[in-house]
Design a protein around this ligand. Structure first.
Ligand code: PMP
Length: 417
């Protein structure tokens, strides 16, 4: 039996088109894009075209993008907006006052409000980076994991500089209302203008999980900084980009030869950018049909699983009913140990994870499911299932059967224990 892969939120296979597009740039067109001779100039042109294509799919220009080694680096670079101005009275964040020394975990003097607000369900790449700056946390609503907009409003102060909310969550698939968040930010900016408060306020969003399913457009979403990743959209791993709106100043994390308009030095990853661009184009071309396909697979999966379990246990399908990425189907079997289920299913070549792969591998309880108000039993029994191009109706039905078998075996074991 061939494998059934249900973890597309964790990694996706490189698409044939992306692979073919990258191929020439490993050994044939290997030239350094900064070199002065003609073949190198051609490589430069191909690289810039790739950047233009990526930018175009999100409604931006090539110059608005900084190519990075993935989403983590892009997010770290985005947060450098906090120390882009480190001198003088305008300094936004003073590293000399470490966040950990502050009683409230806030940057700056004791009791100063945090300069950054992040959603409590963000991916570790956002949370850990934000913690370096003593971030405050925005609450989500129980069950759905949707942002609590009143909580956001109550936490914005005249000093807030950056707000970071993922376009969609990578465990529950919750799609956040970025346009509404942008409206709240707009009214705070207007208030600052009226009060002659020159402090900027930026919106950052990690679009890694959403990129393959939602129409991500920076103008519509009104984000100032947007993290993109190639690895979740059938492009190469280790490639990403940060969209930076005009006028937003960053402090480079990596210094050197001045590539990417001085914001990210180092010889460009030409095949990576070209693979990313091909994957983005393919993704964008099939956005609507992909959403329909996965909604259909999700319904089939839910029905098959519920039928197969035959009332022995009610699976709890997690996350919001409406505002959930079409390919996400997180589910919990309260009272069971999801890790045991994962190992059992692995023997049958069904691959899925419990919570986010990174958190789960450290044996930590998912902070996302906790924040969404799930009980310890629900968290311990939860699987993250994310569909993708490796799935079809037949595979999804087989997966539901095999998962139901594993669940029934576990129920039986517990009964006899
Ligand atoms: N954000 C989200 C939502 C993710 O799922 C991941 C990958 N697990 C990342 C960021 C980090 O991406 P990368 O590994 O490309 O740095």
């Amino acid at each position: 039996m061939s494998m059934i892969y249900l973890d597309h939120a964790s990694a996706t296979p490189l698409s044939k088109k992306a692979k073919a597009a990258m191929e020439p740039f490993f050994a044939d067109d290997f030239f350094n894009p900064s070199a002065p001779y003609l073949p190198a100039k051609r490589v430069r042109e191909a690289y810039e075209n790739a950047k233009s294509e990526i930018a175009h799919t999100i409604g931006a220009k090539a110059n608005d993008l900084v190519m990075t080694s993935g989403a983590t680096e892009a997010t770290n670079l985005a947060f450098s907006v906090l120390n882009a101005s480190t001198r003088g009275p305008d300094a936004l964040y003073r590293p000399s006052t470490p966040a950990r020394l502050s009683a409230r975990g806030a940057a700056g003097p004791l009791n100063a409000p945090p300069l950054v607000l992040v959603l409590e369900t963000e991916h570790a790449s956002v949370l850990r980076t934000a913690e370096n700056y003593g971030a405050g946390k925005i609450k989500v609503k129980p069950g759905s994991g949707l942002i609590d907009l009143d909580n956001l409003k109550s936490k914005i102060t005249k000093d807030t500089v950056l707000i970071s909310v993922a376009a969609a969550n990578n465990e529950l698939g919750t799609i956040q209302p970025l346009a509404e968040i942008a409206e709240i930010i707009k009214s705070e900016r207007q208030a600052r203008l009226k009060n002659k408060n020159p402090r900027p306020l930026y919106l950052h969003s990690d679009a890694s999980a959403a990129l393959g399913l939602l129409n991500i457009n920076v103008a519509r979403m009104k984000t100032d900084l947007l993290t993109l990743s190639s690895a979740k959209i059938y492009g190469p791993k280790g490639v990403g980009a940060l969209y930076v709106a005009h006028g937003v100043k960053l402090k480079p994390l990596i210094s050197g030869g001045g590539q990417e308009r001085n914001l990210r030095s180092g010889t460009e990853n030409v095949p990576g950018a070209i693979g990313f661009a091909a994957a983005m184009k393919e993704t964008k071309d099939h956005l609507n049909s992909a959403a329909k396909t996965f909604e259909n697979l999700k319904t089939i999966f839910k029905n098959s699983l519920t039928d197969e379990l035959n009332g022995e246990i009610e699976p709890v399908f997690l996350g919001p009913k409406k505002r959930q990425l079409a390919n996400f189907c997180p589910v919990s079997f309260p009272g069971l140990d999801a890790e045991r289920l994962v190992y059992k299913l692995e023997e049958k070549e069904v691959y899925l994870s419990t919570g986010a792969a990174c958190a789960a591998s450290k044996g930590e309880k998912s902070h996302v499911l906790k924040a969404a108000g799930l009980t310890d039993k629900e968290i311990a029994g939860s699987l993250r299932i994310s569909f993708g191009r490796l799935n079809d109706e037949a595979k999804v039905k087989t997966a539901a059967n095999l998962i139901a078998d594993a669940v029934k075996e576990e129920l039986e074991r517990l009964k006899n224990a």
